[in-house]
Ligand binder design. Structure first.
Ligand code: EPU
Length: 420
């Protein structure tokens, strides 16, 4: 079990470069690379635990993945693929479901274990499957596996998503890129990671129009070719560090991240009194006094992302006043609240809402991370606590952050990884 030790008392100061968005963008581009028989390279893809799972999965499917530098890799999908994603891999990472679209498009069939729910709530895949059916696939769910077939190839169709699901949009775009005819996806997700994926696929020869909007039109093409790609900076890591600045106080500069990816976060944090401003290559943030409580509700992009919610609750737990935080995307993402309460936070969960009454100071405690963002939130909460905080189960944090303690240390915080 990985643990982080957080010692408070240091304002954070300095500049750091934000790493590429490996977990939420890189793993998706790796899955999409299966569509191109050739060698794809991806740069700015720093290692995180979820990347190891995707590397293993692509290997089982018949692609060869190799590191070509400390944060760049190549994917050789020249050989025929084996279209079966086994349970022992899929159950470790939900993004594994993203291989379904590429496999179905390239092989005409796919057998992928059903991904389960996880520590943030139930995570269904009905929209993925409904979308493939609209493109002519036959789908059965048998013995815990999705069995999908489209022997004559997928054909374009009109798909209306009942919710702008990130994963369903990505999976359907990649399949539609190689389908016969035109696919229209209405109520598509607009997250920056989707735009990153569309840009990648278009460079491969796909014809995707409308990336970043709610309506995507994809003209299927006969073949896609392997290309070189570079990932966008990780907006969630950037937001985590800015909120760490709000908690610890200080002044930081982040490069390698696009301010427009964090527009609503910047606005909300501004209302709280945290100064954040775009720079030519990223963001600057400064916090000198106690922040004010504001209400926050999570929504799909361009709304306030659910992935920032645990961190903003940590921030509000030491702000002046009471805030209501509403979680609209997941049904079980408040599990970390009891851990924050162990640190002296006055926070209560009622259904989709949390009521956070700011206290002057938290108190360091042993706490447990239940998922990647919960662990990040508890870590930054420790920066404002009296005494030491030890965050247990930080292997969850390592799934998405290449080295959160290291990045916080580079800004002057005292956060270390404890040896087992
Ligand atoms: N949903 C359905 N049916 C579907 C698909 C989704 O009901 O077919 C529901 C889910 O149950 C969930 C909601 O829709 O309640 C949102 O799911 P979505 O498909 O948008 O999310 P995802 O693709 O599974 C990605 C990120 C998440 C992030 C969400 C929302 C990756 C690997 N994961 O998940 O990241 O919260 O989009 O932005 O990209 C994280 O980084 O901490 C994280 C959980």
């Amino acid at each position: 079990m990985t643990r982080f030790l957080v010692r408070p008392g240091h304002r954070i100061e300095g500049s750091v470069r934000i790493p590429g968005a490996t977990k939420n963008s890189g793993t998706k581009q790796m899955a999409a690379a299966l569509l191109a028989p050739g060698v794809t390279t991806i740069a700015n893809i720093p290692p995180v635990a979820d990347l190891d799972v995707m590397i293993e999965l692509l290997g089982v499917l018949g692609a060869r993945v190799a590191w070509t530098g400390p944060d760049s890799l190549s994917i050789d999908a020249s050989n025929e693929l084996e279209p079966e994603a086994p349970y022992d891999i899929v159950s470790r990472m939900r993004a594994s479901i993203n291989v379904l679209g590429p496999l179905l498009a390239r092989c005409g069939e796919a057998r992928v274990a059903m991904p389960g729910g996880d520590n943030i709530g139930s995570r269904k895949i009905n929209m993925h499957l409904g979308g493939f059916e609209a493109m002519g696939a036959e789908i059965d769910v048998l013995h815990g596996y999705i069995e999908a077939r489209a022997p004559a190839g997928l054909s374009g169709g009109r798909i209306v998503l009942e919710f702008p699901s990130v994963g369903a949009t990505e999976n359907l775009i990649t399949a539609a890129a190689r389908a016969k005819g035109t696919t229209v996806i209405e109520n598509a997700a607009r997250e920056p990671e989707i735009t990153d994926l569309c840009a990648f696929l278009n460079r491969m020869g796909a014809q995707i129009m409308g990336a970043g909007s709610s309506t995507l039109e994809i003209e299927g093409v006969e073949e896609l070719v392997a290309v070189d790609s570079e990932l966008m900076g990780d907006r969630i890591e950037a937001g985590t560090l800015i909120m760490a600045c709000g908690i610890a106080g200080g002044e930081i500069e982040l490069s390698g991240v696009r301010p427009e990816h964090l527009e609503l976060v910047i606005m909300k944090l501004g209302e709280m009194g945290l100064r954040v401003s775009p720079t030519p290559d990223g963001l600057w943030a400064q916090s000198n006094s106690r922040l004010r409580a504001v209400d926050v509700a999570t929504l799909p992009f361009p709304g306030f992302a659910t992935d920032f919610m645990p961190m903003v609750v940590a921030l509000l737990s030491v702000a002046d006043g009471t805030a209501i935080v509403t979680e609209n995307v997941y049904d079980g993402r408040f599990q970390f609240i009891d851990e924050l309460a162990r640190m002296g936070a006055d926070v209560r969960n009622e259904g989709r809402h949390a009521v956070v009454r700011g206290v002057e100071r938290l108190s360091g405690a042993p706490v447990q991370a239940s998922d990647v963002r919960a662990g990040a939130a508890l870590t930054i909460a420790g920066l404002a606590a009296e005494g030491e905080t030890v965050v247990h189960a930080c292997e969850h944090v390592d799934r998405g952050y290449p080295d959160l303690p290291g990045r916080l240390r580079a800004l002057g915080a005292d956060v270390t990884r404890l040896a087992d």
